[in-house]
Design a protein around this ligand. Sequence first.
Ligand code: IMP
Ligand code: MG
Length: 197
Amino acid sequence: MEADLIERKTAMHQNKELYQDLDRILLTKDEIAAKIRELGQQITKDYQGKKPVLVCILKGASVFFADLIREIDLPLTLDFMAISSYGSATKTSGVVRILKDLDNDILGKDVIIVEDIVDSGITLSYLKKILMQRGAGSLKIAALLDKPARRKVKDLRVDYMCFDIPDAFVVGYGLDYDQTYRNLPDIGILSPRIYEK
Ligand code: IMP
Ligand code: MG
């Protein structure tokens, strides 16, 4: 499996600039797409008869969000939020600030927060708290990636999770390092030489 992934990278991407900075590819775009299709079907089933509001957490979740909403067969609506957690480029500090708030009221609505990755869990537990305070009728979390080894908030419940990944810094499919690599179609482990410079 491991060798296979390295080979896929070598064969398909050796001439592409962004891929040079990856140690290896962790999840290919096809693996991601298959999982998101399943998740879309599950959400469609769970929210039958409802009209959920899907909230994209900018910017990291944008690519996942765009793919996920098209796999959900419900009359849903969209909203966007941007938050920043102070800290270094590869670690959160725990202090979260809202940069862009939701456009619409969520009072009584069935809200699904769509996030790229759960690391310490601090960002999501903060978001969950403030959206509940605003009177959401129900609130669930959908995340693409989980790094369980790094969780600090132990009681954070993530309702829909696509992939557990090892404790490594990953980029691609919306995830960045220093705002770069978001447009990689696959998810890969960034070579530490890039951020240990
Ligand atoms: P948490 O508050 O520690 O759970 O941090 C979650 C946020 O940290 C995510 O929304 C990402 O923006 C960022 N993050 C955590 N791990 C990674 C990673 O491996 N690659 C890119 N961003 C990450
Ligand atoms: Mg983020």
